[in-house]
Design a protein around this ligand. Structure first.
Ligand code: CA
Length: 236
């Protein structure tokens, strides 16, 4: 497919082998690391395009590895966290520290590949935005969000959003497919000194969903990640 190099930081050999095989057959180049120190060495010598990072490593805390990767100025290499089901708070912490997404163990090949595709797509979108090629119009299925005209449409029908509701939708679109934490959204929309109370965000989100005509039990556009945040569903 291409030369996309993916650093796989995972100490459990069966899981690491399983991921590396899946990546190879999907056309990626996997680069395995069994611990945090090895991961950092390989990272700085090989400059991978994406990092899959297990948080439970024998020699270092995965969050510490993430911190060191993110210490470099302008470092934006996407990182997807691999985490155990019972470590919710760690997951949120990792996302707030700059991880791009997470996958909960145990996971299957299709999920890993889908997350990687979404994250790589998002990373190229962000770097294009940094180059000034900001997209002004986002479309996901029947949903259209136009940043220039400040309008949103569902199936061709205009949806009237408040300023803050529009900002939330814009953020979800810019980061389409990526989970955005409550904290990130609160700070982006209500400013850095917001109380961190999720209630105001939940109210806004409920209004957005009602206006979009979302069925809460079967959302088409916005997915709730319990205890973490929200994600805009993308096709593929
Ligand atoms: Ca582990």
């Amino acid at each position: 497919m291409d030369d996309t190099l993916i650093l796989v930081v995972e100490d459990e050999r069966t899981i690491s082998n399983f991921i590396c095989r899946a990546l190879s057959s999907a056309g990626y180049k996997p680069l395995p690391a069994a611990g945090g120190k090895e991961a950092l060495t390989l990272y700085f010598s090989h400059r991978p395009d994406l990092v899959l990072l297990d948080l439970g490593l024998p020699d270092m805390d995965g969050l510490e590895v993430l911190t060191q990767l993110r210490e470099e100025p302008g470092e934006e290499t996407p990182v997807i966290i691999l985490t155990a089901r019972d470590r919710e708070s760690e997951k949120v912490k990792a996302l707030d520290m700059g991880a791009d997404d997470y996958i909960v163990k145990p996971f299957g090949v299709p999920e890993v590949l889908a997350r990687i595709r979404t994250t790589l797509r998002h990373a190229s979108r962000v770097s294009q935005a940094a180059l000034g090629k900001k997209r002004a119009r986002y479309q996901v299925g029947g949903l259209v969000v136009d940043s220039d005209s400040h309008q949103a449409f569902v199936e061709g029908r205009e949806v009237h959003l408040t300023q803050n509701e529009f900002k939330i939708m814009e953020l979800l679109c810019i980061h389409g497919g990526k989970v955005l934490t409550y904290d990130f959204l609160l700070k982006q929309v209500w400013g850095p000194y917001t109380s961190g109370d999720n209630q105001i965000l939940r109210v806004n989100m409920a209004n957005i969903r009602r206006k979009l005509g979302e069925n809460p039990s079967r959302p088409k556009y916005i997915l709730t990640e319990l205890g973490v945040g929200y994600r805009l569903l993308e096709d593929g």
